[in-house]
Design a protein around this ligand. Sequence first.
Ligand SMILES: Cc1ncc(COP(=O)(O)O)c(C=O)c1O
Length: 388
Amino acid sequence: MKDDTRIVAAGRDPHANHGIVNPPVYHASTVLFPSYDALKSVDGRDPRKVVYGRHGTPTTHALQDAFRELEGGDLAVACASGKAAIAIALMAYLEAGDHILITDSSYQPTRAFARDVLKRFGVEATFYDPRIGRGIADLIRPGTRIVYTESPGSITFEVQDIPAIAEAAHARGALVVADNTWAGGYFCKPFRLGADVVLQAGTKYVVGHSDAMCGLIAAREPHCEALWKAFVAMGACLGPDDAYLGQRGVRTLPVRLRRHHETGLRLARWLETRPEVARVLHPGLESSPDHALWKRDFTGSSGLFGVLLRPVDESRLAAMLDGLRHFGMGWSWGGYESLLVPVDPGPARTAAPWTEEGQLLRVHAGLEDPDDLIGELEAAFDRLNAAA
Ligand SMILES: Cc1ncc(COP(=O)(O)O)c(C=O)c1O
């Protein structure tokens, strides 16, 4: 079966449920056992067993099965948010005295988790240049347990050479944990590139409709048992209704992502022609320094990219952003709607400091007609130019 077919089919069994296409939403905490023997013999370490609401229900299993079809791996767990997925995936494999390498382009709360939580538990973090490639080998120490990637970063969009990083990490006994949210698990397959654990903020493209929080993690053997233990220990399970929305969203993910890809590239190409724009940060553009790597490891791009404006004062920026109708201003992405927000490329970056002048905007190209989106951006630039 091809990817799109597997994603539609995985985790569904209509004829075990009166022929109803989608799985039911199981609201559960207590699970009853029919006999003393059944109660005594249940194995709470088995991720497929329904023993207690927090461990999973057929609704979460449907989402987890679909996610495993999407990303690959041998075990998937669904948790309360993308942030919970990051915390669980890291806590699963780290212990006091360990060292972790994190890309400088990572989602900023990932950096904060290392700084504010992991450090207190005796784990040291070093941040590395996302374009380091094979050079990561020089930063790996005897205690390095994880090399964390996010490709491309969701603010600055550098693509990482995961195969080179994985080769260096594995040679020294470190794991590669990949945040694959940007590619939605569809346009990039980090397990095939060498990652050991892959996570996503399912909140974004898996849910796809901006109406639920969701985190997803998949691991391949021999890393599944540690993931399952951490998932159960941290207790951040996904609620039934959000699990349902996640499993429903994933069915249409390929179609939505292909449209995000097309519209995103079209907007990016148009923005490149604008005199107000210094640079467009989109790995699918031939002008991107990451284009060759993106072509090698990705089959498409999502709707999220950056636009660096030539320096403007704040009142012009406000004039540009106020009055948008199709583009909302908000900090998430991955829904059906377009977004445009000013972002700070990372005041905390250490390994690859951001030195470019001008305001960076983050664009999420939604599913609206691209002509309407371009028309609105044109009007927004007119307002910027007309403002005093
Ligand atoms: C790349 C990336 N990873 C993880 C997360 C965290 O996801 P959530 O907001 O579901 O906690 C986000 C959220 O914006 C993100 O952009």
